[in-house]
Design a protein around this ligand. Structure first.
Ligand SMILES: [Zn+2]
Length: 146
């Protein structure tokens, strides 16, 4: 990954698509056809308020520690008509680089940790529907933005 103006433009492009999804809290570059290890998380957009770090641009994110497990409801911009119950670690540590190439390590908890795990999965081509507890737990989304 080159940390240059092209990357900054791609972050802006990804941010724009994220902003168009009502209530969307995260997006990964492969979702808009960019084959880069880039995700944006912003849990301030969550319908239910949760502890979070605001907007995070994560390049080459790597989950270095996982603790606990909880099943929770997930949806996805790439699977717009469905939601499902997915088990995720409750607490995680993530190492990533920002747009300037500087390395950070942070800890995330609960919903924010779930969103990061969901977006990192996109970088591996994994969708939440691949991780649902049971296919029977998939449900039609009743309203957009849930
Ligand atoms: Zn998704």
């Amino acid at each position: 990954m080159t940390f240059d103006a092209v990357l900054v433009a791609r972050v802006a492009q990804l941010q724009q698509v994220l902003g168009e999804g009502p209530g969307a809290v995260g997006i990964a570059a492969p979702q808009i056809g960019l084959l880069q290890r880039l995700i944006i998380i912003d849990c301030r957009q969550s319908i239910r308020p949760c502890r979070n770090h605001g907007r995070l641009v994560m390049i080459n994110p790597e989950i270095t520690a996982r603790e606990g497990e909880r099943v929770g409801r997930e949806g996805c911009l790439s699977v717009p008509d469905w939601v499902g119950m997915v088990p995720r670690a409750v607490d995680i540590s993530v190492r990533y680089q920002d747009e300037l190439g500087e390395t950070h390590e942070m800890h995330a908890h609960g919903f924010e940790a779930r969103v990061i795990q969901h977006e990192v999965d996109h970088l591996e081509g994994i969708l939440f529907i691949d991780r649902v507890v049971s296919r029977r737990d998939l449900a039609r989304r009743l309203s957009r933005g849930a």
